[in-house]
Ligand binder design. Structure first.
Ligand code: SER
Length: 348
């Protein structure tokens, strides 16, 4: 009899850190964590097994699925948007091929076990694409079905994986009569930029938000790589984890779609800098625009409409802009650096 477990790929990443910790705190230690590099020591006690594995190593993944029955899969492993532009082909392999392999294994497991494996997929605002900053401004809050013309490899990959997930969730092996009784239960969230108090991302393009804050807290100068008027939606990591776990536990019949926007606040870079300087008055923030990264954020929406998530599964963030900084980010970041705790700089 195989052990029932939760599989989390990209365990060492930003979301992985917080999601694993939260699931463990909720009393579920049956986590199989997977990552390309050795597991961060702070996560070891939360997982029943860690497997160092490349998401493209299909043979190894097949073996892992022979040992466990995964009730839910959180597939977090991905190459983020800035890094993906540096090696688009590699990003496409990891982001799309890696996801396709995992979806296929989840679908086969679902057929064998007659149990609809939940496949929870973090998508992104990068699936949206506006040709100009004016078009972005005019669009306002973007719904899930609008402006799906991504300009980045990462956004293209995320949109492709949403479609793959929809295929595996409803049409897998269309020609195999009688085999379609059970499909995987695919659910995706389109995340805005995420800000965590305990980790700093690498390789993303919304990274100016968390970088600015973490630099200021450590007394380091920061050169923001986007214009002061740049606006993106953001949320803090505890809300990101809350959204993943709430969507995972939502009854299937309450879900009217497979893919949901979630968001909380959408400050300009200048507003983020002001809040940061208020919290850390010695902060030294300047602007040094990176033209290509500016094009990326100009193509992403300034706000997204998450009313479907609110309606279908009761989504609501715990932290608005004020609460995010005053109750979560500033106190926790302040404590960490003053206690000499180093923030984990995560690799995707
Ligand atoms: N935070 C991601 C990035 O910047 C977008 O979802 O790549």
């Amino acid at each position: 009899m195989k052990q029932d477990c939760i599989l989390i790929t990209g365990a060492n990443g930003e979301i992985g850190h917080s999601l694993i910790t939260k699931i463990y705190e909720q009393g579920n230690g049956n986590i199989v964590a997977l990552d390309l590099s050795p597991l961060d020591s702070c996560l070891a006690e939360c997982c029943c097994e860690f497997i160092q594995c490349n998401i493209l190593d299909e043979a190894h993944l097949v073996e892992i699925f022979q040992d466990y029955h995964f009730t839910s899969i959180f597939h977090l492993a991905s190459i983020l948007s800035t890094r993906a532009e540096m090696n688009p082909l590699q990003a496409q392999k990891v982001n799309v091929q890696g996801t396709a392999i995992l979806l296929e294994l989840a679908a086969q497991q679902t057929l064998q076990m007659q149990y609809e494996t939940k496949f929870i997929y973090p998508s992104s605002i990068a699936v949206y694409g506006f040709p100009t900053p004016e078009a972005k401004q005019q669009a306002g809050k973007v719904r899930e079905d609008q402006a799906l013309s991504p300009v980045t490899m990462y956004g293209i990959n995320k949109l492709a994986c949403e479609n793959l997930g929809a295929y595996y969730g409803a049409h897998y092996r269309l020609l195999n009569e009688g085999k379609q009784a059970h499909h995987i239960d695919f659910r995706a969230i389109r995340f805005p930029g995420l800000i965590s108090a305990i980790t700093v991302p690498t390789g993303g393009t919304s990274d100016y938000g968390p970088e600015m804050l973490h630099h200021a807290a450590q007394g380091l100068p920061y050169n923001c790589f986007v214009r002061p008027d740049t606006r993106l939606p953001f949320m803090v990591m505890p809300d990101a984890v809350k959204s993943l776990l709430t969507l995972e536990s939502a009854p299937r019949e309450s879900l009217s779609q497979l893919i949901y926007n979630v968001t909380s606040f959408n400050p300009s870079a200048e507003q983020l800098a002001e809040i940061t300087i208020n919290a850390f008055p010695s902060a030294n923030i300047h602007y040094s625009i990176h033209p290509a990264r500016q094009i990326i954020v100009d193509s992403w929406p300034g706000d997204i409409d998450d009313s479907a998530a609110r309606r279908d599964w009761g989504w609501t963030p715990d932290f608005d802009l004020e609460q995010a900084f005053q109750q979560y980010l500033i106190p926790q970041i302040h404590n960490r650096y003053h206690q000499g705790v180093t923030t984990v700089k995560v690799q995707e």
